[in-house]
Design a protein around this ligand. Structure first.
Ligand SMILES: [Zn+2]
Length: 98
């Protein structure tokens, strides 16, 4: 179902997340020493107001194409009109090239 690249990315992300969690206190102290937490608090108070978050959320909802992945996953054979699941080069029912 998932392609090899997606599975590799998932495994690498999981390993990186575990490493980050294991070093969470070191990471927090590093962020505090470099003033990044204070900067993030200032940024949140200055720019991430309720109105800005609402506008960003509405834009994300409006720009997403609904059912785009479902359409590419399920297609229809042009010869026998049977439903084809996944990306295949040949129809499993009649064998015609897609
Ligand atoms: Zn067919």
């Amino acid at each position: 179902m998932f392609s090899l690249g997606i599975r590799k990315t998932f495994v690498i992300t999981a390993i990186a997340a575990v490493f980050l969690l294991a070093n969470a206190w070191m990471l927090v102290s590093w962020l505090g020493d470099h003033g990044i937490i204070e900067w993030a608090g200032w940024f949140k108070g200055r720019f991430l107001t309720g109105t800005a978050i609402t506008v960003v959320a509405v834009m994300l909802i409006l720009y997403v194409k609904p059912r785009a992945s479902v359409k590419s996953f399920i297609s229809q054979c042009p010869v026998c009109d049977s439903k084809i699941f996944g990306r295949k080069n040949y129809c499993p029912d009649c064998g015609s090239k897609l």
